[in-house]
Design a protein around this ligand. Structure first.
Ligand code: 5CA
Ligand code: ZN
Length: 419
């Protein structure tokens, strides 16, 4: 599917250092991406059943910082993102509101594109809906069946036989992405789209791979699987393996995807391509944005929308600045104060880069690079820019190139556009 337009990324002198990132699986900082060549990134995309909100924006901006740091370090970036355009919550919302599920998905993806463009997020090279990838997913499920790493479950509650499940015990590395104990995994599975109570499964944690057609639900022909639709986790694995290969450098998403989504996705990949293990060299998880003390989520409806802020006259660069002022891995809360601070900072920065001269800025560029290469420490980079801006305000800088270098640094590395 169409992604969105590429923002202008100004050129900078020199190169950034190798990027290190916190890896969920090992719990430590690891170098990510090769020393030279192409880095690969898969970020889990939206389920387009309701307007995209600041929480989503936070996640895609976080990994946009990664892509920018990689490119600045001289790497090419291959970036793939999916759209979960067939899934239970989307179908339920469509049925409840009397809208065709395809129209609902398309309208929400279009809103998302607008948000991403406004926020200067560099688009993925491949932006794929599950609807476009059904054959790919079905092939992966058939491969798992052929490898003995999938099984069929009899129907319950009058439902049809033949839903296909994945036996988590088939992967020796299962559980190592999130490192959770069994009790926590069971609770998270029930909370996040799993069905631990379903009778007939070998292990309550086993996730759905293929759901046989039910009346009124969309379904596709899939050979020996019969008509049906993909399960959630296998969708991302199949798309990542096809378009990025294995191992990928970074598998990313919000922290609510650690378990079950990324744990299951990795386990599927390990069985599909045993010799290419691991699925990802690093697993990166961004923090959750909250509103009024609760995680912002479509199901709760406590949303702040980028599109609404922009329509109300807030420059998108201010929203981006509010986001990058928080460390990508921390949970934080959107408040009027956060917005006001970003607004004031954007004004201070804009005034400083509009001056005819300022203090020399080569050291600032080096610090911003160094901060971002150290686990995407954007708040550290923001503090360094603040310090330069303060110096520009209080001393008569004479470097006529400096304001433009700061403008380009902030735009290229933080993605914050200054007028
Ligand atoms: N389609 C699946 C992934 S394959 C999905 O989780 N979709 S989503 O629309 O629910 O979320 C899209 C992305 O935004 C995910 O990476 C998710 O972790 C992240 N996300 C959702 N809510 C928040 C939030 N409140 N704060 C930060 N990130 C969030
Ligand atoms: Zn995903």
């Amino acid at each position: 599917m169409r992604s969105w337009s590429v923002p202008e990324v100004p050129a900078l002198p020199g190169r950034g250092p190798r990027v290190h990132l916190h890896d969920t699986a090992t719990g430590g900082l690891v170098p990510v991406g090769p020393e030279a060549g192409t880095a690969t990134l898969y970020v889990c995309g939206i389920t387009p059943y309701d307007a995209t909100h600041l929480g989503h924006a936070n996640t895609y901006v976080a990994f946009d910082l990664l892509g920018r740091a990689w490119r600045d370090a001289g790497l090419d970036v291959r970036y793939v993102q999916n759209v979960t355009d067939v899934d239970d919550p989307l179908l339920e919302r469509a049925a409840a509101t009397g809208v065709d599920w395809r129209d609902l998905a398309e309208s929400q993806v279009e809103l998302f594109r607008g948000d991403m463009e406004a926020l200067s997020v560099v688009p993925p090279q491949r932006y794929l809906g599950v609807v476009e990838a059904v054959d790919l997913v079905a092939e992966a499920v058939r491969d798992l069946l052929a490898a003995g790493a999938a099984y069929r479950v009899p129907g319950t509650d009058g439902g049809p036989d033949g839903d296909v499940y994945f036996p988590v015990d088939a992967d020796a590395a299962f559980g190592t992405v999130g490192g959770y104990d069994l009790e926590t995994m069971l609770a998270l599975s029930a909370e996040r789209g799993g069905d631990p109570q379903r009778p007939g499964k070998r292990n309550p944690l086993d996730p759905l791979l293929w759901r046989v057609e039910r009346p009124g639900e969309p379904a596709w022909e899939a050979g020996e699987l019969g008509r049906g639709r993909p399960g959630w986790h296998i969708e991302c694995t199949a798309i990542a393996l096809e378009h990025l290969g294995m191992p990928i450098d970074v598998q990313a998403g919000g922290s609510d995807l650690v378990f079950p989504h990324h744990e299951m996705g990795a386990a599927h990949a390990h069985l599909l391509r045993p010799r290419a293990r691991p699925f990802a060299r690093a697993y990166a998880h961004s923090g959750m944005v909250a509103l009024d003390g609760e995680k912002m989520s479509k199901s709760k409806g406590n949303l702040v929308l980028v599109s609404k802020l922009v329509a109300a006259g807030v420059p998108a660069a201010v929203v981006r600045l509010a986001i990058v002022a928080h460390h990508w891995r921390t949970d934080w809360e959107w408040t009027d104060e956060v917005l006001a601070q970003a607004q004031a900072r954007h004004e201070r920065w804009s005034a400083a880069v509009a001056a005819p001269a300022g203090p020399a800025a080569e050291a600032l560029l080096a610090t911003v690079r160094e901060r971002l290469a150290d686990d995407l420490d954007a708040p550290g980079a923001v503090a360094a820019v603040d310090a330069w801006v303060e110096q520009a305000r209080t001393t008569a800088g004479t470097d006529a190139q400096a304001p433009d270098l700061v403008r380009r640094t902030v735009s290229a590395l933080l993605g914050v556009v200054l007028p």
